[in-house]
Design a protein around this ligand. Structure first.
Ligand SMILES: Cc1ncc(COP(=O)(O)O)c(C=O)c1O
Length: 340
């Protein structure tokens, strides 16, 4: 199956894998394509979503380094921070989160992911958006302070979107090979795999995995923040680092191999528009699937809009990766209510 050999570094099992891939029959009919959804929202309950695949590798490294505390960062309602806090609790590690909020002296209430972070025992340091620009520096500062006090910190960059973290999605493409074989009648059936890009690690892993496992797939990322050039840079760097770190014998060109569909950030990161919220409701009502407003909802909306423009723009078959984020729905209750 492989054209290139990769010896995976140690990994710990934290996610419920493999996740199912399911046909979306009614939406397929409406959109005029064969549409499947890869249920990475089912990697766990509180631990659900894409981040846990990356953390299986990253936290194995933290344990190998005998760390006792993990430090990471994200927006106030970060899914990555919530997954890190819970995984740390499962492994007996402490967790310190640097969370972004407009006014650190008046932090948001313990709802959604923040509630889960706090229940899992994470120490939260609230920082402003301006400070967040210096997040790596601030995390290094926290790590130094912890070290001073006798702890052994391990720092995880935003979204665990590193070469090591991206291996979680290389592993996921291995699952996709089986999913495609089982549902489409052959591992080499052409299809397009679509996912949301937030920090780029998921897309990087999918792009690398598609090459490593010689798949006949087009990998498309729809950005939910920043822009096309930012993601070519971020995903390109993660892929190139992984190729160097794991000696991957693959042909990769960031300008050729990364496909970003820009134009669906809408009102901005974490901000929703009525048409996006109405689509969340439609998907829930027609397929019983709950997308989240920040990532999967925007990417799904982008995919549907592109299909309206040209029903064959992604070919005959699409796999949408549901990367999780369910807890982000609850803080949107007031905005969703008028559409129900
Ligand atoms: C639910 C969800 N989907 C998608 C993404 C994007 O993944 P990545 O950060 O690997 O680009 C994230 C995180 O950023 C997320 O929390």
């Amino acid at each position: 199956m492989t054209t290139c050999s990769l010896t995976f570094p140690p990994q710990i099992n934290l996610a419920s894998l493999p996740t199912p891939m399911q046909p979306l029959r009614r939406l397929s009919k409406k959109l005029g394509v064969e549409l499947y959804i890869k249920r990475d929202d089912l990697t766990g309950a509180a631990l659900s979503g894409n981040k846990i695949r990356k953390l299986e590798f990253v936290l194995a490294d933290a344990l190998a380094q005998k760390s006792d505390t993990v430090i990471t960062c994200g927006g106030a309602h970060s899914n990555h921070c919530r997954a890190t806090a819970i995984a740390a609790a499962m492994l007996g590690l402490k967790c310190r989160l640097l969370l972004r909020t407009p006014d650190p002296s008046n932090p948001p209430p313990a709802e959604g992911n923040i509630l889960l972070d706090r229940m899992a025992g994470a120490e939260i340091v609230w920082i402003t958006a301006d400070d967040y620009k210096k997040r790596d520096e601030l995390m290094a500062h926290e790590a130094a302070a912890l070290q001073e006090s006798g702890r052994k910190p391990y720092t995880i960059p935003e979204g665990a979107s590193t070469a090591l973290g991206a291996l979680g999605y290389v592993r996921a493409t291995e699952e996709l090979v089986n999913d495609i074989t089982n549902t489409m009648g052959g591992a080499h059936q052409p299809c397009t795999v679509i996912s949301a890009a937030g920090s780029g690690g998921t897309s990087a892993g999918l792009i690398l995995g598609a090459k490593i496992f010689d798949m006949n797939v087009r990998i498309v990322s729809i950005n939910v923040c920043d822009d096309h050039d930012y993601f070519i840079r971020e995903i390109g760097t993660i892929c190139e680092n992984a190729i160097a770190d794991y000696h991957l014998d693959i042909d990769f060109d960031r300008y050729r191999d990364i496909e970003i569909i820009d134009g669906y950030v809408g009102r901005g990161y974490t901000l929703s528009q009525p048409e996006e919220l109405m689509l969340l409701k439609e998907v829930a009502q027609t397929e019983g699937i709950f997308l989240d407003p920040v990532y999967t909802g925007k990417a799904f909306y982008g995919m549907v809009e592109e299909l309206k423009r040209d029903p064959k723009c992604f070919g005959e078959r699409i796999i949408f990766i549901h990367t999780g984020g369910i807890f982000g729905l609850f803080q949107m209750a007031d905005e969703l209510e008028p559409h129900l």
